[in-house]
Every structure is written in structure tokens, then in C-alpha cells.
Design a protein around this ligand. Structure first.
Ligand SMILES: Cc1cc2nc3c(=O)[nH]c(=O)nc-3n(C[C@H](O)[C@H](O)[C@H](O)COP(=O)(O)O)c2cc1C
Length: 372
């Protein structure tokens, strides 16, 4: 599964793997793919440095990258200044806090222990925090910097290029992809509606060729709904220079979800068990459908707040739900490919399956084309 881009980056397979877990990112790179560590969950720069140290030691010299989330600064722009976490907290209406407590109480979710920090406190959506992550990341020999929501700022792109780091950005439409290209990025990740996490409304089958044509000759990675080698072959047939997978790594043995109940839910879920909801972050993100997402999506409820308010509002609640494994409310971002994630495998086994499936697809197409 080699393309010009995989050769340029010096990897065996044009398979890019996004994951919040350093152990999974390292295993992806060691298996011949390109591991990309998600940084959004690192509030403290020291924690990110510790995990990048670990990653660097465990990739066996193979290349890897980092993914940050710098959203368009809507809330900050409205305020006319850079906001601290306390400023954002103060913008959350009391009625929303009450709704969170009522929903948790309905399911008997216990509180965290006195002084226990919320493990799911994500502030990396705030530019200030993301910039702190970048200051750390540029001290490491990362080969790729990806940004989830919009083009990274011009100074970040320039800094990456000065250090020989390629810049990628996720796009859910050809229009967004063109904006990224105009901003000077190197790789577009075309993320379809099926994908886990923040998604647009266009399915990969339509999006991949549209984006490929819109930004040519920039390389495009297809993301969303890819979990088999046949699907990799389909994405490459549509013009992508590689694939970008996220969901499939959630149930690998190297992943540490800290919740056997969540792993069981993922393994049991079908492709119809996800929903695109604003419940977690304030922007539409595909995730397991749960009574938590139903509560936020209910027209009788207060509705969600914009990013980054919603993420801060629900942070402690999500940590409580995860800690006590309250199954009706327990969820995670994941894409429709969850329907194929039916057993725990090692990262290497995922690569073996991808390679075999890819070869089957190529052989089948060759037969159809009358070539053997
Ligand atoms: C648990 C989870 C968390 C994610 N978080 C991020 C993130 O922080 N930044 C990002 O660029 N993409 C994030 N994504 C999206 C992935 O990068 C990737 O584009 C997507 O998972 C691809 O579609 P798939 O889920 O069908 O494989 C996340 C996906 C999942 C499943």
C-alpha cells in the first residue's frame, strides 16, 4: 500500500492512524504506517512532553506526527480578547449546569472524590492551550502536524515548514479543502460524514474525489468509514494518496480506554449505533448514541453551547460517567465503522488484515478488468 506520499514520508503503508494513545501511535508507526498522536487532551505541556519522550523511544526510528485542534476563534473573536479557562467557565449559563446535574441524578451517577480532577477536561480547543502544545511538539522530530478544525494560523504553518514538518488539515467539504490549500498546507485529510469525531455532512464516497480534484496536485488522505483493506483500495481508487483511520484503533489491545464496559459497548455496536451530536464539544461530532446524547439532542432540553463552552460544561460529567461506567450514558467519539470492530486485535493484526484485504480487492479488480 505505497503511494508517492508514503514514499516521501518513508513509510511502508499509506495508512495514517490518528489516536489519543501514545502506545497505539508507536505501534502504528512500528507496523509500517504513520502514527499521529492526538494532543487535544493534554492540558499540561509537561504531560505532552513526557508522552512524546515515550513515543520517540518506542517508534524504532520510524516517523510519526502530532494532531492539534485549533478551531476558528469564534468565542474569542466575539469577546475581542484571548480567553482564559475561567473566562469561558463564567460564560456557561446556570440552567445548563442544572441540566447536567439533573441528567446525572436521573441515572444515579456518583460524584468524583473530594479533590479528584476530571480526567476528561479538554481545553486544547482553546488557542492558548493548543499553542502551548505546539511549543512542546516542535522540540521533537515530528514529521507531520495536523489540525482538526480549520487551517492552522499562518505563523504555525511557517514554523512547521521551517522545521521541515509537513502540515495537514482536516476538511469536510471541497470548499474547506480549497481554503486549506490557499493557506499553504501540504496535505488535506478529506473526512467524510461516516467518520468518528467532528464531521461534515458529505459521505466519503462523494467527498474523496471532490476534494482530490479541488486541491490537485496536493495529496489527499481519505478519512471516514475505513476499516478494511477493501476500503483502503476503494479510497486509493478514488484518488486519495493514503487513508487516515481513527475509530479502528479504539479497540486494539494497545489502546487504554480505562473502561472494559466501553470496550464491550464498542465491540457490540452496529454501524447504525452512532449519532452526529453536539453533546460532547458543541460542534457536530460522530459518537456512540447513548442516553447522554439523546438528552442533549432532545428538543425539550436546553440545547448545547458553542465550542469551547460545551466541552467545559460536560467535562466533569463525562469523567463521572466513565469512572463509574454508567452504561446507558457511556460513550465515545467513534464512526460508523464501529459495526466492523467486533474483536480486539493488536495494531499489527489490523495491518495484516488491511494488507490482505487490499490484496484481495486488487486481485478482484484485476480479474474484473480481465488482467489475470
Ligand atoms: C475517539 C476519537 C477522537 C478523535 N479526536 C480527534 C482529534 O482530537 N483531532 C482530529 O483531528 N481528529 C479526531 N478524530 C477524527 C480522526 O482523526 C479521524 O479523522 C476519524 O476517526 C476518521 O474516521 P473513522 O473514525 O471512520 O476512522 C477523532 C476520532 C475518534 C474516533
Amino acid at each position: 500500500m505505497q503511494t508517492e506520499l508514503s514514499k516521501q514520508l518513508g513509510v511502508e503503508h499509506a495508512v495514517f492512524g490518528f489516536t489519543p494513545f501514545p502506545a497505539v501511535a508507536a505501534a502504528i508507526s512500528r507496523a509500517g504506517g504513520f502514527g499521529v498522536l492526538g494532543a487535544v487532551r493534554y492540558t499540561a505541556p509537561d504531560d505532552l512532553a513526557r508522552d512524546l519522550d515515550w513515543l520517540q523511544e518506542h517508534v524504532d526510528g520510524r516517523p510519526y506526527g502530532l494532531d492539534v485542534v485549533m478551531p476558528a476563534k469564534k468565542v474569542e473573536a466575539a469577546a475581542g480578547r484571548t480567553l482564559t479557562e475561567a473566562d469561558v467557565e463564567a460564560m456557561i449559563p446556570a440552567a445548563h449546569r442544572q441540566f447536567v446535574e439533573e441528567t446525572l441524578a436521573k441515572h444515579g451517577v456518583p460524584g468524583l472524590a473530594e479533590g479528584e480532577a476530571s480526567g476528561w477536561r479538554i481545553t486544547g480547543w482553546m488557542e492558548q492551550v493548543a499553542r502551548g502544545q505546539l511549543d512542546v511538539a516542535f522540540d521533537y522530530p515530528i514529521k507531520l502536524l495536523a489540525n482538526a478544525l480549520g487551517s492552522p494560523p499562518a505563523d504555525v504553518i511557517a514554523r512547521a515548514h521551517e522545521q521541515g514538518v509537513l502540515v495537514a488539515a482536516l476538511a469536510g467539504s471541497a470548499r474547506h479543502a480549497r481554503k486549506h490549500a490557499d493557506a499553504g498546507i501540504d496535505i488535506v485529510v478529506a473526512q467524510g460524514y461516516e467518520a468518528g469525531g467532528h464531521t461534515g455532512e458529505i459521505a466519503s464516497m462523494v467527498l474523496t474525489p471532490e476534494v482530490t480534484e479541488a486541491v490537485a496536485p496536493l495529496p489527499v488522505l481519505a478519512a471516514g468509514g475505513i476499516g478494511s483493506g477493501e476500503q483502503v483500495a476503494a479510497a486509493l481508487a478514488l484518488g486519495a494518496q493514503g487513508v487516515w483511520l481513527g475509530s479502528v484503533w479504539l479497540t486494539v489491545t494497545e489502546a487504554d480506554l480505562h473502561s472494559p464496559a466501553l470496550t464491550r459497548k464498542l465491540l457490540a455496536a452496529g454501524s447504525g449505533d452512532t449519532v452526529r451530536s453536539r453533546a460532547l464539544t458543541g460542534k457536530p461530532a460522530r459518537q456512540l448514541r447513548t442516553e447522554w446524547t439523546d438528552a442533549w439532542d432532545d428538543p425539550q432540553g436546553p440545547g448545547t453551547l458553542p465550542m469551547p463552552l460545551q466541552g467545559l460544561l460536560v467535562a466533569e460529567a463525562v469523567s463521572r460517567i466513565q469512572k463509574y461506567e454508567v452504561e446507558p450514558l457511556l460513550g465515545t467519539p467513534v464512526g460508523q465503522i464501529v459495526g466492523r470492530m467486533n474483536s480486539e486485535r493488536t495494531v499489527q493484526a489490523v495491518f495484516d488484515d488491511l494488507t490482505r484485504g487490499f490484496e484481495r480487492a486488487v486481485a478482484r479488480l484485476n480479474r474484473i478488468a480481465g488482467r489475470g
